[in-house]
Design a protein around this ligand. Structure first.
Ligand SMILES: *[C@@H]1O[C@H](CO)[C@@H](O)[C@H](O)[C@H]1NC(C)=O
Length: 158
């Protein structure tokens, strides 16, 4: 193995049932395909408490099934420890980013770099919109954005 250093990334959205579990699954698939999954700790979490304990949205599950990407996650909320134990916290929209920056000021240690996942999009779509009130096409758009951004992110940090 060329590298053994463990890196870590936490994907964050409002409920942890729509965009962030998709981003998590897409990123895990990427590093698994490149045989570097042992070097990565990958998770996702919610800024809110709305969906705690729930599985990903069924439309997101259908989308991932269609693309042959395994996804299994139970929604959880971001914890204080997350700020100190993850290298990167990647948010989906500006509201998530504001919440996370605010929370980071309330913890003792914040090691994580907090950014928008869309910062990495080669097509410069900064915001990965919440598809909750949308339809299957909106989930597909989230998936495509996550693929582009996760690829670029991995290219930057590996
Ligand atoms: C990953 O490992 C598999 C099985 O050993 C191999 O076939 C494949 O080429 C490897 N992929 C990369 C990107 O190194």
């Amino acid at each position: 193995m060329a590298e053994q250093v463990t890196k870590s990334v936490l994907f964050v959205c409002l409920g942890n049932i729509c965009q962030s579990p998709i981003a998590e699954a897409v990123f895990r698939k990427l590093v698994t395909d490149q045989n570097i999954s042992d070097n990565w700790r990958i998770d996702s979490a919610a800024t809110s408490t709305y969906e705690l304990g729930n599985p990903p949205d069924y439309r997101g599950q259908a989308c991932m099934k269609k693309h042959g990407i395994p996804m299994s996650h139970v929604a959880r909320q971001v914890t204080k420890e997350d700020f100190d134990t993850f290298d990167y916290i990647l948010c989906m929209d500006e509201s998530n980013l504001r919440d996370m920056n605010r929370k980071s000021n309330q913890v003792k240690n914040c090691r994580a770099k907090i950014k928008l996942l869309g910062n990495y999009d080669p097509q410069k779509q900064l915001i990965i919109e919440d598809p909750y009130y949308g339809d299957n096409a909106d989930f597909e758009a989230v998936y495509q954005q996550c693929v582009r951004c996760c690829r670029a992110f991995l290219g930057k940090v590996r």
